[in-house]
Design a protein around this ligand. Structure first.
Ligand SMILES: [Ca+2]
Ligand SMILES: [Ca+2]
Length: 182
């Protein structure tokens, strides 16, 4: 890529889409899906779009992890009552409406679960690596499908920190060193 220095922060809302879907959501189980982000850059914003078919939305909670895996951001937690589905539901810290104030099928833009860390928790991390979405069903009778999800990540190519896998490896090595000293 050829660009002026100031124009090289090229990750303005880059979209990464799940490829290991659909995933069946059974009663009282959780299911995970992963998105691998190949690009190494400093995260400045993350939005998440989710598509779930389910016949009783408030059976569900779902959360997203960055490659660092140190913070799980709850997107929705038992919302929507007996309503069906999440259709192109976008989670964005900048949205006017919290997910708790929405109604099924949540076809719009919402802030993630109010009682929990925001998506801005990921700001300052490296985007590169394996992101995961976990969907948990907490009640009997109604089941569903995680149809797809995607990440929209904005970022900067300057001051890029180590990728999550290396951070995890480093903390693992430090842990081993401490063990050996005892
Ligand atoms: Ca945002
Ligand atoms: Ca269920």
């Amino acid at each position: 890529m050829l660009c002026a220095l100031w124009a090289c922060s090229a990750f303005a809302g880059t979209v990464y889409v799940s490829t290991d879907v659909p995933k069946t959501i059974l009663d009282n189980t959780s299911v995970g899906s992963e998105i691998t982000v190949p690009d190494s850059f400093l995260i400045t914003d993350v939005n998440v779009t989710v598509n779930i078919s389910h016949t009783f939305d408030s059976d569900l909670f779902f959360l997203v992890y960055s490659p660092q895996q140190n913070i799980g951001v709850y997107l929705a937690y038992l919302v929507g009552g007996s309503g069906d589905n999440f259709v192109n539901t976008v989670f964005d810290d900048s949205a006017a409406t919290p997910i708790e104030s929405g109604t099924a099928p949540f076809a719009g833009v919402y802030r993630p679960r109010s009682n929990g860390p925001p998506l801005s928790s990921f700001i300052g991390q490296n985007a590169q690596g394996t992101w995961s979405l976990w969907v948990a069903d907490t009640a009997t009778v109604d089941t569903g499908t995680l149809n797809s999800w995607s990440l929209e990540i904005s970022g900067s190519s300057s001051d890029v920190p180590e990728p999550g896998s290396l951070v995890a490896l480093a903390s693992g090595l430090i842990f081993l060193c401490c063990l050996r000293r005892k």
